[in-house]
Design a protein around this ligand. Structure first.
Ligand SMILES: Cc1cc2nc3c(=O)[nH]c(=O)nc-3n(C[C@H](O)[C@H](O)[C@H](O)COP(=O)(O)OP(=O)(O)OC[C@H]3O[C@@H](n4cnc5c(N)ncnc54)[C@H](O)[C@@H]3O)c2cc1C
Length: 425
């Protein structure tokens, strides 16, 4: 298929990852990864119909991150026996999911409400000075609480050190609340102890769920807390953890997705640009773009993803809608002006990367944290990781900058050509 313009929106977390457990290939029972849910095996469907085929099955789920937190409540109701193998617990706060009140919705749903909510969420969540919180969810609560704590500091203590200490206090208070919630809900004290997260809230991706903890009160559901060690081995018929073997009919891998690995690997293809130059060559020493969207040497190709733009990971769609608008406008301008090609210049790309590297770097996922995707499983992420950042002034400032970049009509940093430059054969 031929296309004059290509936008690649192949997802930040779309390549499933399996755990490197000894014996993983030896298992003879049924297995699947959560991203390839096998309804033929489990019964039920994606609309939530009960998974009736699991009624007489012993099932193991490996992993207790954001995916597992959503699967376990359904599995706990369906399986004869469910073993939840946990390396480190997630922090699971209140989600307070409930039907939307139509009368209330009608009062807020005035033209442009979606954009206002996107922007309000971002302003609240990333330390902006939003006066109101329209979204009122766990993410905005998390950051508003930290901001409120910092505001109570006397003037003399508003130093970087004082503010970090206030953040730590607020974090400790919140994590204590989340741990207390476990005691309130989970009846068995040993299980409750195992479900308590003893780290700072942004060490791991915070989770919010109203039914997850209660699942562990189901008589057939067992937490296998391994105190950071994980599953030791998989055998032909089951799993070994804490020195004990558990025989199961099925293993479900809730082991997540690759994050920050090479683009070619996650996309499943390499992009070839001008002169036969590939994207993996261009990014050999690290990612280089303008706004995370345009890449020098790859005319008429665009990338739709958050890194090197706002890098707002708490609401990925906000990044995507902004990229979408930028790409649409750029293509429209190219067509309207009768140009054949649009491409970021080498200088503009280099200047953008320099701006990105002037910032403080990553704010979450310290190497001191327990392993997870925020800190590359605790492993050295390598020299390329320093390029996986966003606009130094933060997400709201980036979106404002991008809006101005679009509206001024200059398309600064992009060059437009009336004849294509040599493409590879
Ligand atoms: C467990 C989990 C929880 C998450 N929670 C949140 C959250 O709360 N908030 C949030 O904002 N984000 C969350 N995310 C991030 C989430 O990935 C994004 O918000 C959102 O899905 C990104 O949309 P996307 O369209 O970029 O990518 P995706 O939804 O991943 O879509 C990419 C699509 O491209 C396809 N594709 C990939 N490669 C190719 C190829 N070579 N050829 C053809 N098609 C291809 C994939 O099959 C997929 O259909 C979560 C992710 C996970 C895994």
């Amino acid at each position: 298929m031929r296309a004059r313009y290509v936008a690649m929106a192949n997802g930040p977390l779309s390549r499933p990852k399996l755990p490197g457990i000894k014996g993983i290939n030896d298992y003879k029972g049924h297995t699947f990864h959560t991203s390839r849910w096998d309804y033929n095996y489990t019964g039920g469907d994606a609309n939530g119909a009960p998974m009736t085929n699991l009624q007489n099955k012993r099932v193991a789920i490996i992993g207790t991150g954001a995916t597992s937190v959503q699967c376990v409540p359904h599995l706990a109701k369906s399986c004869e026996t469910l073993y939840v193998f946990q390396r480190t617990p997630s922090s699971v706060d209140v989600r307070n999911n409930q039907p939307t009140d139509e009368d209330w919705f009608n009062t807020i749903a005035t033209p442009g409400w979606q954009q206002r909510w996107l922007e309000n969420f971002t302003a609240n969540q990333t330390g902006g000075m939003a006066s109101e919180d329209l979204v009122m969810d766990g993410w905005t609560d998390l950051s508003r609480r930290i901001q409120a704590r910092i505001r109570t500091l006397p003037e003399a203590e508003r130093t970087p050190h004082g503010m970090m200490a206030a953040w730590e206090d607020s974090d400790y208070e919140k994590m204590n609340e989340i741990r207390a919630r476990v005691d309130d809900i989970v009846k068995d004290p040993k299980t409750a102890e195992g479900l308590k997260a003893w780290y700072r809230q942004l060490c791991k991706r915070p989770c919010f769920h109203d039914d997850y903890l209660d699942s562990f009160n189901e008589p057939g559901t067992h937490l296998l807390h391994t105190d950071g060690k994980g599953v030791e081995q998989i055998t032909e018929t089951g799993l070994v953890a804490n020195g004990v073997t558990y025989e199961v009919d099925c293993i479900i891998y809730a082991s997540g997705f690759e994050v920050g690995t090479e683009h070619k690997r996650r996309a499943g293809f390499d992009l070839t640009g001008r002169g036969g130059h590939t994207l993996s060559d261009h990014w050999r020493d690290g990612m280089k773009t303008l706004h995370g969207t345009h890449v020098h040497g790859f005319p008429n190709a665009f990338i739709v993803q958050p890194t090197q733009g706002a890098n707002l990971i708490s609401n990925v769609p906000h990044n995507l809608t902004e990229s979408g608008q930028t790409i649409a406008l750029t293509v429209r301008h190219t067509l309207d002006q009768g140009h054949q090609e649009v491409e970021v210049t080498d200088d503009a790309e280099a200047a953008w990367v320099e701006i990105l590297l002037s910032g403080p770097g990553r704010m979450i996922g310290s190497q001191d944290c327990t392993p997870g995707y925020y800190n590359n499983e605790g492993l050295d992420p390598g020299p390329g990781a320093k390029f996986h950042v966003g606009y130094p002034q933060g997400a709201s400032a980036y979106f404002e900058y991008l809006k101005q970049w679009r509206s001024c009509g200059q398309f600064s940093g992009l060059s437009f050509r009336d004849k294509p430059e040599a493409f590879p054969d």
